[in-house]
Design a protein around this ligand. Structure first.
Ligand code: ADP
Ligand code: MG
Length: 359
């Protein structure tokens, strides 16, 4: 354990990285971000998808006294991370999710682990933090900092606006107005960044912005013709055995293309928000566990998907914005290996998209 206000020595930080995560080197700006957090400063980290943002708050949480609150927009994201952290510790209670799906006795256990100083990371959805019971409890325990992951959800200018994210400042004020806030996002537009700092009330936060250049990604645009199906089949077959995601604008097209690929011998599953949660998580797991090579999906698929070896991302339709194109293609090559991003473009898709967006 370290003194709260004493920054760790560089060597200690590397030792902790190795000890907890097994990595020998920090990626990009991780070390600078982590040092800043350990000094108790408000911090804003803008790093591309796959840049290693989670570790920026996980490592300081693990080595500091108290519990870090991690705000995250999706239950699936939280579960993923909690499982991963539990995997590196002998204490099941080292990480917990606190949400409305827990039973009374589960909540009691979570609170006990926090009070006992066992829990280093507490994942919560922003709406859970509005519960008086939780706030009163969290006020009474030792907290290290609050991390706001996917912080662009705060901004109406962002692509995943979540109104509950806008209450975070007042919650922090209730918990401990002096607590350091760490915001993290992959969204680089100045408007969204401004909104995040303003809304979280951390105008002086030190901002760390990584390079968004992903040299391992290869971008290609092809004209979309009547032969697009066979173009896609050919591409996927040439990349047989590799993991890939194919994005389509409509659910109908997702199902159609999935069928076309399946009858052509490609192991593929469809994914869109029209399937029930059980089916969705089944298909998602099949992809993650490599029971299938390809997911054909709407943009409902992907946020927080941490499959490092996705080798291609195809856009059957042109995406809604450059920002979303960047996010979606950013799911390729997260391990630093090859990632082929292929987009099919037809002018009439732009018209379709305009109609789709205005609806
Ligand atoms: P982000 O949230 O920025 O999209 P993640 O936190 O999900 O990225 O991390 C992406 C991947 O990078 C994960 O598989 C993670 O284990 C890996 N990673 C993070 N930090 C390091 C590191 N220092 N060395 C090697 N791999 C790392
Ligand atoms: Mg992340």
């Amino acid at each position: 354990m370290t003194n709260d206000n004493m920054p760790l020595q560089k060597t200690d930080l590397h030792a902790s990285l190795k000890k907890y995560f097994g990595f020998s080197n920090f990626k990009g700006l991780q070390e600078d971000v982590i040092s800043n957090i350990l000094q108790g400063n408000d911090t804003f980290a803008i790093m591309p998808t796959g840049g290693g943002k989670s570790l920026c708050y996980q490592l300081p949480a693990l080595i500091q006294e108290g519990t870090a609150i991690v705000v995250s927009p999706l239950i699936a994201l939280m579960k993923n991370q909690v499982d991963a952290i539990r995997g590196i510790s002998s204490h099941h209670g080292i990480a917990h999710v606190l949400n409305s799906s827990l039973t009374k006795s589960e909540v009691k256990q979570v609170k006990q682990d926090i009070s006992d100083g066992i829990t280093k990371l507490l994942y919560v959805a922003p709406e859970s933090l509005t519960k008086d019971d939780y706030v009163d409890f969290l006020k009474s325990v030792k907290l290290s900092f609050i991390a706001v992951d996917e912080a662009h959800c705060i901004s109406e200018w962002g692509h995943d606006f979540r109104p509950e994210y806008r209450n975070l400042r007042s919650i922090v004020d209730r918990l401990d107005p002096t607590m350091a806030i760490i915001a993290l996002t992959a969204t680089a537009t100045p408007k969204v960044q401004e909104d995040i700092l303003k809304n979280l009330g951390i105008p002086k936060a030190k901002t760390f912005k990584a390079s968004f250049n992903r040299p391992n990604l290869y971008y290609e645009v092809r004209p979309k013709t009547a032969d697009v199906d066979s173009d896609i089949i050919r591409f996927v077959k040439k990349n047989a055995g590799k993991s890939g995601i194919i994005y389509c604008l409509s659910r109908k097209r997702v199902e159609q293309l999935a069928q076309i690929l399946q009858v052509n011998g490609v192991s593929a599953v469809p994914y869109h928000a029209g399937f029930d949660a059980k089916t969705r998580s089944k298909y998602q797991d099949m992809f993650l566990m490599e029971d299938v090579d390809v997911v054909i999906a709407t943009i409902a698929f992907g946020m927080g998907i941490d499959k490092p070896d996705v080798r291609f991302v195809i856009h059957n339709d042109i995406p809604k914005s450059i920002e979303s194109y960047y996010q979606e293609t950013g799911r390729a090559g997260r391990d630093g290996g090859e990632g082929h991003c292929l987009a099919f473009y037809a002018y009439k898709d732009i018209e379709k998209l305009e109609k789709f967006i205005s609806n």
